[in-house]
Structure formats: C-alpha cells, structure tokens
Ligand binder design. Sequence first.
Ligand code: TXA
Ligand code: MG
Length: 355
Amino acid sequence: MVTKILHIDKYKADPGALEEAGRILRGGGLVAFPTETVYGLGGNALDPEAARKIYAAKGRPSDNPLIVHISQVSELTPLVKEIPAMAEPLIRKWWPGPMTLIFKKSGAVPDETTGGLDTVAVRMPSHPVAAALIKASGIPIAAPSANLSGRPSPTSARHVIEDMDGRIDMIIDGGECEIGLESTIIDVTGAEPELLRPGFITIEDIRALTGGGKIDPAVTAPGGDGLRPRAPGMKYRHYAPKAPLAIVEGEPEAAAEEINRLCSEAASRGQKAGVICSGAMAARIKCPLVAELGEDESPESAAPRLFAALRKMDEEGADLIYAQAYRDKGVGLAVMNRLRKAAGYNIIKVHSPLG
Ligand code: TXA
Ligand code: MG
C-alpha cells in the first residue's frame, strides 16, 4: 500500500483541507493524524472492519480497546449509556483537551472497538487538525497512538512514517505534538473518578476540581499498565526502546556520578551507553550519547521530549540506556509511569553519602 503524506499547517487547518482524509475514513480506511498529546492512528469507530485494520496495522492484540475521538460534546450521547454527574465538571473543564473518559457503552459502539468491554473510552482532542479531521469525516474516530505495538508513541510525523509507512492510507503531518504524553484516562463509571493512566492533567487537578479521585494501583506498580483488560505479562514492557533501559533514582549529583560510572563500565566492555536526562543533569554527564529532556528538572519540560529521546537511542544504536528519575508528583507521575514501563521496572537506587 502506498501511504499518502499530507502536510497541514496547524494554524490553517479547516475541514475543507481535510476532505480527502475524511473520505478515506468514511470509506473504512486508516489515517494517522496529530493531536495535542501524540499522533493517533484513526479509523471509523463504528465500523468493526476499520477496528480490525487498526489492530493489524499496529500489530496490536485485538483485546486492547481503542479510544473514540469526537469533535463536539453532543457527539458523546449516542456512544454511551449515560453521562454520570461526576463527568460533567471534568468535561466542562478539560474538553477539548488531553483527557479521556471511560463510560458504559451504548449499542452503537461495536465490540471490536472496545476489545469486547462493555465500556468505551472517549476523548475530544483540542488540536486544530484533529478537530477539523473529525468534523470533515462526520464520524467518531477510533484512534490508538500511531506507533507499532510496543514502541514509544509518536510525537512527530517522522515517528509515524518510521512505524506506519506502507501500512495505512494516509499520514497527516501537522508538526510536533505539544504535550507529548498520551491523554489522562479517567474512569467515571464507579463511585468516584478513578485515574487509570496519568497524563498532563494530573490527579491533583482532578481532586481539586471534583473533591474526589483515586489512582488505580497499577499506575505505579509493575505487572500491569493501569488499564483493563490486563493481559498478564504481555503489557509488562511498553514504550520500549530496543536496548535495555535502567532508571537511576537518587539525588541528582549522586545519580549523575553513578550514571557516569555505569557508562564508563559499558565503554570498557565495548558497549555504547546512552543517557536520557534533564539539561541540568546533562552538564554533569560524561557519556557522548545524551538525549536531553529540556533545560530544567521539571517533568513538564521532560514530557514532550521523552518519546523522541527513547527513539533517538534506537537511532543511535545504543546498547544500554540510563535514564534520570523524576518525582512522582504532578506531571512527574505520568513521566515516571512511561519511563518505568519502558524500563520494564528496572530501577537502580543510588544513595548519596548524606543518605
Ligand atoms: O492521547 C491519547 O489518548 C492518544 C491520542 C491518539 O488520542 N491515544 C492513545 O490510544 O493513547 P492508545 O490506544 O495508545 O491507548 C489507549 C489506552 C489503552 O491502554 C487502552 O487499554 C485504554 O486506553 N482503554 C481504551 N478503552 C478502555 C476502556 N473501555 N476501559 C479501560 N481502558 C481503556
Ligand atoms: Mg499507545
């Protein structure tokens, strides 16, 4: 299959420019498109055959449910059984935006889209190209991240081309994704909102808005990805670069020292080590291969660069990768959730002389 590449200026996106892409989607084809979080691999959410094509293109097991993307709140009603009261303030505050909500599904959503679950994940993206594409197609769009299963999510069209060229009908290049981590997923079918996947919208934000909110224990613990269904073992290592990755946890100066020691050990064995860390820490790192996650130590500046950094390690042929740890607060919870999964929960703890 020849994949058509369409360049769209984010600031000039209108449904007219996306008419052909909309036609492809209505006809059962697949179109990758930018969102504010990561690139999505879109297909008609109401067409079981399109869902099957998505799973095939990603090489993804078909029991892993897809997120349905809409462009207006009114498009939610036909997809769900009910809109629980707790969802209302969340929708008012964060749609359009990087938040996915889990509802009980209506009969309109095929089992193929939800991986056989009786719930459906819905999101209204704020990216102008995504919004214009959904409008141009006139249908809800099922879209997982547009990477091959197991690889880091794509935050630029180049990443999508790497993974999907020749496998889908069209890739829309709308530049870099601003947030760079997948949407925050909140289950609103229970007694209080439950965070299933951390993202740019944090548990602190959810609690401040709703006065409630628990975290699925699998968000920080090994052995699951925080999301149902939990296919045992299979989802253990996600977002994975080709080389083994270890997270080095500890006070920055001591962590940098340990990373330098590990890198020179690797070099003496003839192995190429790579380091993923903040610009602040990079100043202390002696390894020649470094991917910087922004200037300062904040997880906000790390988030949009993390997946590109993991891909860079593959491109540069790293044999071993060491990554700096961030604190599990705010957006740090999402950054560490992705890093831990990429590392297969391989964590080196460093104790500074002061403890
Ligand atoms: O930011 C995003 O959410 C991106 C962009 C493209 O919108 N999409 C994305 O999709 O990250 P994907 O398929 O890579 O991740 C969706 C996650 C999966 O881990 C899936 O298990 C979970 O959402 N999910 C989908 N439907 C669900 C449901 N009904 N219940 C629980 N988890 C669900
Ligand atoms: Mg994904």
